[in-house]
Design a protein around this ligand. Sequence first.
Ligand code: GLA
Length: 404
Amino acid sequence: MTSGPAATVAAGRRHVADQGAQWFRGCFGRAPQGVWLAPGRVNLVGEHTDYNNGFVLPFALGQGVAAAAARRDDDVLALRTRRDPSAAADIPLNRLRAGGVSARDGIPGWARYPAGVAWALLTAGHPVHGASLAIDSCLAGGAGLSSSAALECSVALTLTELTGVTVPRRELAALARRAENDFVGVPSGIMDQSASLLCEAGHALLLDCKSLAATQVPFDPAGAGLRVLVIDTRAKHELTDGEYGSRQAECAEAARRLGVPSLRAVTGADEVAALDDPVLQRRARHVVTDNERVLEVAALLRSSAGGDAFGEVGGLLTRSHVSLRDDFEVSWPEADVAVDVAVAAGALGARMTGGGFGGSAIALVPDSAAARVEEQIRAAYAGRGWAEPGFMTAVPSGAAERML
Ligand code: GLA
């Protein structure tokens, strides 16, 4: 029998798939035709670089969102979630076909994500059948681990496979992002959906967000006696609150003033000195230096497949956090404390992960220091009167898959 982190991930995914199938039976009184699961992600480094056509290095979590589903004859999308059984939605597909963005009116908040995926598929000319979907999840929402992208990607895979059409995964990622941007109205980049659909177990995904070239980079912290500790800071994060959009606008303005199509075209941090607005200069410096850090981390991981390079990787992660805190200004007090305490307690490096303003931090921690790191972060939070943080070890896992 296999054991270890990969076996634990497989068992966890199987469990949520079984639970989803049971939830489907409870909702619709029959067995599902299949269950599809899409994972959340942790971004190792490269934050707020995706919508600047830059580089990101996320990996897929073991945890994700499961969609248990079966076809229907009546051209309706029937959506249920175990998280909120009262927020059911039965949406005629012709409403999505015709309605564009206004078609979302009256659809409960969570159901806009799956409805948006059906809308994006239809808009791109792919057939979509009426279907019943029961959603279940083992991924905390609002923890900055891409539960929305996991929901979108599980539904994208479900609807295409139920209808029997094959859509390449990169296109599926773009359609899931389109659902989020143009139907739900959240202006995210392409990182989260790409991670959920393209990652491989034991690897991080180096994504060039300009060419969309995706390269698997070996990432096996456990093999080097390390772990990626995820610290849920309990500060809820919301991408819709305007700060994310204002950072996008500032980056676009910095690129315009520098006379380049996007900040990706700026390759040296000294070039941003040409910006006379200090805020735009800081925003641009973060993007340029984080792009560099992604490539450095990827090169280190490739060169030794871990091992000795992890010390340097850790240093780059911490520098990324400092840049997000001081230049991009998207970190939050609970993340700053988690990072400082983790490093002081023996982590090789730590940073916030995801869009910012709440959610999770990650720390690259030797197994021997893990208990101390957790204990000291817990104590630091308690001393400030903050809610107790959550901890989990992130295992680099495979992309979305059919479970049953
Ligand atoms: C969110 C978005 C991503 C990315 C990150 C920041 O997770 O969904 O597209 O922009 O923030 O790196």
